[in-house]
Design a protein. Structure first.
Length: 445
C-alpha cells in the first residue's frame, strides 16, 4: 500500500512537471514571436525547440502567418482569450491527436501598432508527448511498484524467517518437554535481544517448574510414608478386634480414633503448607510487638515466657499466619526449655527481628536445617511430643518466606535460638504529624 501510494504521487508529480515545462516553452515561443513582429507583414517564426506549431490568427479565424509545421493547417483552436486574461494554456484533441498550446492575445497597444486595432491571437503549441497521451507512465510505475513489493515481501519473508529461526527451535524443544522429564532446556542464543531474553526466561521457568515438581514428588512420598505407619497400625488394631473376642471393642475404637486424629492432623497441616505455597496472603499492617505479647500471654504458665520488645515494630503481612509462626516457635521452645523462654522483638535496618531462645539442650549445628524439613523430627522432639506431625517448623518457614522473610536457627550460649526476620512496614505519620521513630527500652512481659 505504501509503495502504491508513492507510485500514484510520483505519477501525478511527473505529469504536472511535464505539463508545466511544455506550457512554459509554448508561452515563451508565443511571446518571443510577438516581440519580434513589426508593422509590416510578420515573418514566419523560426522554431528551435519542440514547440513547432505556431500560428498568428486574425479576428476572422484566418491564419495570417505560421511556422513550417503549422503552415496549411487550420487554426489550432477557436478559443479566444479575453482582454483581461490574455494568456491561456489549453489542450485540445482532434483526429486522435492532442495538441498542447498557449494562446496569447497581444496587448491593445500592440494590436493598434501592428494591425490598426484589429484583434489577433498567437497560438504556440506542440503535439502532446506520449508520456501524457498514453498510460505508459502508469504502466512503468505500476511495474516498478509490483517489482518493489515482491522484492520487499521476499526480503521481509527471508529476514523474518532468519530472525524467528531461534523461536522455532525454542518451540520444538518446549514441545518435547513433558512432566516426566523436565530436565530439558531450550537453546539460548547469544546477546541480549528479545529472543535471547525469552530463551533465558523460558529456561528459568522450566527450572522453577522442575524444582516445584521435584518438591511435590518428594513431599508426596513423605506424606505417603507418614500416613502409611498410622494407617497400618489402625488396620492392625481393627483386625485384632475382629479376630480376638477378648479384645475390648470400646478400647479398640478409642485407639482407632486416636490414630485417625493423628492422620487428620497430618492432612490438615499438609493442606496448610500447600496453601501457603500456592495462595498469596492479604497484606495488612501488623504490630508485631503486640502480637508477640498476646501470644506469649496465652501460653502455658508452667514454663514462663519473658518478652523484651521495642514499643512498636510493624510489618506487612497476614496476622493469622504470623500468629501461627509465633505459636509454633513458642510451643516448641516451651517443650524443650528447662526453666524459661526468652523472646526479644526489635526493628532495625529495615528488618523486624523476633528471637525465641529456650534454655534447653539446644540443636546440633548439623540438624539446624533438617528441623525445617517436612516430617523430620529429632529424637528429643519425639520423646517430648510423640503425637507431633513434624510439619510445624516447615509451615513456619514457609510462612516467613511467603512474607519475604527468613526463619533460621542461630548460635546461642545455651538452648536453641530461633530467629524470625521480616521486612519492616514503611513508616507512616501519626495524627499529630510525627513519624513513629525511635525505640522504647525493652520491657519484660
Amino acid at each position: 500500500m505504501a509503495l502504491s501510494a508513492v507510485g500514484v504521487v510520483a505519477a501525478l508529480a511527473i505529469r504536472v512537471d511535464v505539463e508545466q515545462r511544455i506550457f512554459e516553452d509554448t508561452e515563451r515561443a508565443a511571446v518571443d514571436w510577438i516581440g519580434a513582429m513589426n508593422e509590416k507583414r510578420p515573418h514566419p517564426p523560426v522554431t528551435a525547440s519542440d514547440v513547432n506549431l505556431i500560428q498568428l490568427v486574425n479576428s476572422s479565424g484566418n491564419v495570417v502567418s505560421a511556422s513550417r509545421a503549422a503552415a496549411g493547417r487550420p487554426a489550432l483552436s477557436e478559443y479566444w482569450p479575453s482582454s483581461d486574461d490574455r494568456i491561456e494554456h489549453r489542450t485540445e484533441c482532434a483526429a486522435e491527436q492532442c495538441v498542447m498550446f498557449t494562446a496569447v492575445r497581444p496587448s491593445p497597444q500592440e494590436e493598434q501598432l501592428l494591425w490598426g486595432g484589429e484583434s489577433h491571437i498567437v497560438y504556440a503549441g506542440r503535439t502532446q508527448p506520449a508520456i501524457l497521451a498514453t498510460h505508459t507512465l502508469e504502466l512503468l510505475l505500476g511495474a516498478g511498484v509490483l517489482t518493489g513489493s515482491v522484492l520487499f515481501a521476499g526480503s521481509a519473508w527471508i529476514l523474518v524467517g532468519l530472525a524467528l529461526r531461534p523461536v522455532e527451535a525454542i518451540r520444538r524443544r518446549i514441545a518435547q518437554v513433558t512432566v516426566t522429564d523436565l530436565s530439558m532446556r531450550i537453546p539460548e542464543p547469544s546477546g541480549r535481544d528479545a529472543i535471547a531474553l525469552l530463551a533465558r526466561t523460558a529456561n528459568e521457568t522450566l527450572s522453577r517448574l522442575q524444582e516445584a515438581v521435584d518438591h511435590q514428588r518428594h513431599f508426596a512420598s513423605m506424606v505417603t510414608h507418614e500416613l502409611r505407619t498410622p494407617l497400618t497400625g489402625l488396620r492392625a488394631q481393627l483386625e485384632e478386634a475382629l479376630l480376638y473376642s477378648d479384645v475390648d471393642p470400646r478400647l479398640a475404637v478409642e485407639d482407632a480414633l486416636s490414630t485417625l486424629d493423628r492422620c487428620q492432623l497430618i492432612i490438615d497441616e499438609m493442606l496448610a503448607l500447600t496453601r501457603l505455597r500456592t495462595s498469596p496472603h492479604e497484606p495488612q499492617r501488623v504490630d508485631l510487638t503486640a502480637l508477640v505479647e498476646e501470644e506469649a500471654a496465652q501460653r502455658d504458665p508452667k514454663v514462663p515466657i519473658h518478652v523484651h520488645a521495642d514499643e512498636t515494630v510493624e510489618v506487612c503481612g497476614n496476622p493469622v499466619q504470623l500468629a501461627e509462626v509465633l505459636v509454633n516457635l513458642l510451643v516448641n521452645a516451651q517443650r524443650h526449655a528447662h526453666t524459661c523462654v526468652e523472646v526479644s522483638v526489635a526493628g532495625a535496618d529495615g528488618q523486624a527481628t523476633v528471637s525465641v531462645l529456650d534454655d534447653g539442650a539446644g540443636i546440633d549445628p548439623a540438624d539446624r536445617e533438617r528441623v525445617f524439613t517436612p516430617f523430620v523430627r529429632l529424637s528429643a522432639g519425639r520423646q517430648r511430643d510423640p503425637q507431633g506431625s513434624g510439619l510445624g517448623l516447615a509451615i513456619s518457614r514457609a510462612i516467613a518466606q511467603a512474607h519475604q522473610g527468613t526463619l533460621t536457627v542461630e548460635d546461642s550460649p545455651r538452648g536453641a535460638k530461633f530467629v524470625l526476620r521480616l521486612p519492616l512496614a514503611s513508616a507512616e505519620r501519626r495524627p499529630g504529624g510525627d513519624r513513629q521513630e525511635g525505640r522504647a527500652p525493652p520491657r519484660p512481659v
